[in-house]
Ligand binder design. Structure first.
Ligand code: ZN
Length: 287
């Protein structure tokens, strides 16, 4: 297992963590000042500054990416099919332009939430079928472009609106069905916030193996959690045994970044430098 206590060369900042404190170019500058060598940006942040400026600034700082957020939201009504397909292909292209190692997929829930304007449905099974079909189709395109896809299972509290793939087992079942040869074109993003509670977590990490482990996201689960989306904890402030999970992914050969991804009204209210300094400190002491 890698020693994170001495430096933060394996720290990546998911740029949503400081999205309220600056635009993407300011975030990249701040990360560079703090010796952070990798980021995982969001599409809306890239769109805000423009793809070209984002690519230029990433390159100018020699910044790596640990992923690109995000594609997905596959479930859709019939009249949203083309928009869904085009939108996801654009996400693949942007990830390629930014030289991301993978495009993270938040697969979507019921169609009316995944693709607003779609007819309301209570059929989660049908949504899951559309997810598999959507990933299969996007995978064809992503293979041609050379952009690996990473399915991120989300905590089941998001099944209706964000992702109806909620466990590592479910995500890996989809990987096995669509990429039986384990080519690396399709894998998972292991976000501790979403999967820490799963009794099968360590067994499924082992099942995934290096070829399917595309990303490792960290934050903490606060008790109590006061907001479904925007109350993630700083590593060390909650109950997740992050180091045990990191040991498990590294035992499979994962040698990528540990990406800090915190959506938190509390941390969004802090100065950017304070957040980055705290992430570095906790990366060393907790992750
Ligand atoms: Zn994540």
């Amino acid at each position: 297992m890698r020693d994170f206590t001495k430096d933060h060369r394996w720290l990546s900042m998911n740029t949503a963590t400081v999205r309220k404190q600056g635009d993407l170019l300011e975030i990249i500058d701040a990360c560079a000042r703090h010796g952070i060598g990798a980021i995982s940006p969001w599409r809306d942040q890239v769109a805000h500054v423009g793809l070209e400026a984002a690519v230029r600034t990433v390159k100018a700082h020699g910044m790596k990416l640990s992923g690109y957020c995000r594609g997905g939201m596959f479930p859709h009504g019939a009249d949203q099919a083309q928009a869904m397909r085009d939108d996801n292909r654009r996400a693949v292209d942007e990830a390629k332009a930014l030289d991301a190692p993978c495009l993270v997929l938040v697969v979507g829930g019921l169609p009316q939430y995944s693709r607003p304007g779609s007819p309301a449905s209570r059929d989660l099974g049908a949504a899951r079928t559309q997810v598999v079909d959507g990933i299969a189709e996007l995978l064809d395109y992503a293979r041609k472009v050379g952009m690996p896809l990473a399915i991120e299972p989300l905590h089941p509290m998001y099944a209706a609106d964000r992702a109806c793939v909620n466990t590592m087992r479910h995500a890996l079942d989809i990987c096995d069905a669509l990429d039986p040869g384990k080519t690396g074109a399709l894998g998972v993003a292991v976000d501790m916030y979403h999967v820490w509670w799963d009794p099968e977590l360590l067994a499924q990490i082992k099942r995934a193996g290096k070829s399917r482990l595309h990303a490792f996201h960290v934050c903490d689960w606060l008790v109590p959690t006061n907001h479904l989306l925007e109350d993630r904890g700083m590593m060390g402030d909650g109950v997740i045994d992050i180091r045990a999970a990191r040991a498990a992914v590294e035992a499979q050969g994962f040698d990528g970044f540990s990406e800090v991804e915190i959506f938190s009204q509390n941390w969004w209210a802090q100065p950017m430098d304070t957040v980055l300094e705290t992430c570095i400190e906790r990366h060393k002491s907790v992750v």
